[in-house]
Write a protein of this length. Structure first.
Length: 412
């Protein structure tokens, strides 16, 4: 009996950590991290730096954390490198996955997705790799431009893969294969949709499963209507069949639309830079249609996304470089401030974490009455642009800045 009890005791933790999943911007891709017991105020010099790992190479990808391991990619020369670390920052493995784009803001763009024992990695050249999580061997691979007649875009294909059940959704952006669904285990094509017929636009899709039919929503490059006038498109697809259900134009002064849509209570929020503004749509007819509720022209977040808390939404603008609080129901600007500037934003334990392009991490209390900055500290390690979205896991804040990954203790 003692032996049996020992086996059960030892096996439970191993089962607990087996085949955990991880995707970009948290469990629901909305920037919400379900952490508790976090610090409400940071020390004057910032939270404790537990460790840092240097030498990742160029990149803007976030840390993917699953099964007691950290997965992150970087560009070295023209190679896409995968790094596997333990939770103390020790390098466990390093693998060259393939080539990577090394021109015009060189670096890895799409974060690793961990799902049911496999790693999914996408590069800016259109190569999509499925690796065995344990061996790191390639299980299958596709190229979105050659296999699906996809269209390359100015800054390289950039998409954080969405997996639902056994299906993985990708946006080649071709005329015939605008959006595709593949079997996540084999790479076999399940369906292909001509969709909007327009190129991908650095956007990552979301899945909505609480309507009459399951839908995925993403954004596409716009058709140029003249100087500084692009008619970009947000569109929804039947997740089972690929049928395009509805689309709406999102005009802006550029065709760059990297933000992921945000879904909540039958509403879809989208924000885009270059004076594209912020938009709220209401789903109708079980998800088969959508109508515009409001547009706010001031808050035009370029690629840091936004966070909904209660009846308010928080995020930064691009052209005006301001931090905003908007009324979720009406779209009215409650306030704006220049204190933070352009930022990536996530939330955990009732607080907002804003990583600005200036290289400062801010802790902000969400307050619809006034801007309430609690703490901040500079990110001094790493290289190039401060563009990677931060991650919180088990009370640790992970910040990627170019070739460095830093781990800060933010739990009491």
């Amino acid at each position: 009996m003692k032996k049996i009890l020992l086996i059960i005791t030892v096996s439970l933790p191993m089962m607990l950590y087996a085949q955990q999943n991880s995707q970009w911007r948290g469990a629901n891709r909305d920037g919400v991290y379900n952490e508790t017991g976090l610090l409400k105020v940071w020390p004057a010099n910032g939270p404790e730096l537990l460790w840092h790992f240097d030498g990742l190479g160029a990149g803007f990808t976030s840390a993917a954390i699953a099964s007691e391991k950290i997965y992150i990619t970087g560009l070295t020369d023209d190679k896409l490198m995968l790094y596997v670390l333990d939770l103390k920052g020790k390098l466990l493995n390093k693998k060259e996955v393939g080539k990577e784009r090394d021109t015009r803001y060189p670096g890895t763009r799409s974060s690793v997705t961990v799902n049911d024992g496999k790693l999914y990695i996408f590069n800016a050249l259109g190569n999509f790799y499925c690796l065995n999580e344990t061996t790191l061997n390639v299980v299958w691979e596709k190229n979105l431009t050659t296999d699906f007649d996809g269209k390359s875009i100015m800054l390289g294909l950039t998409e954080n893969s969405l997996i639902v059940g056994d299906m993985i959704f990708l946006t080649p952006g071709g005329v015939r294969n605008n959006v595709v669904a593949l079997n996540k285990n084999t790479g076999a094509l399940i369906w292909s949709s001509p969709g909007a017929g327009m190129p991908s636009t650095y956007c990552s899709p979301i899945y909505i499963g609480d309507q009459s039919i399951p839908i995925i929503v993403t954004c596409f490059e716009g058709i140029e209507q003249g100087r500084d006038n692009y008619q970009n498109t947000i569109a929804a697809f039947n997740a089972r069949t690929g049928e395009m259900l509805w689309s709406h134009l999102i005009p802006s002064q550029n065709d760059i639309n990297p933000n992921i849509p945000i879904y909540s209570d039958g509403m879809i929020f989208y924000t885009t830079g270059y004076r594209g503004g912020s938009w709220l749509f209401r789903l109708k007819d079980g998800g088969r249609a959508a109508e515009l509720v409001w547009k706010n022209s001031e808050m035009d977040n370029q690629m840091g996304s936004a966070i909904r808390i209660g009846d308010y939404i928080y995020g930064s603008g691009h052209q005006n470089n301001s931090w905003f609080c908007l009324d979720w129901k009406t779209g009215k600007t409650i306030y704006k401030t220049l204190e933070v500037g352009r930022s990536n934003i996530i939330t955990a334990d009732g607080m907002l974490y804003s990583y600005s392009e200036r290289g400062t991490m801010y802790l902000i209390k969400p307050n619809p009455e006034k801007f309430e900055l609690i703490s901040s500290f500079p990110v001094t390690l790493g290289t190039d642009q401060h563009w990677a979205h931060p991650v919180i896991h088990r009370g640790v804040l992970y910040i990627r800045h170019g070739d460095a990954l830093m781990a800060y203790k933010v739990r009491k």
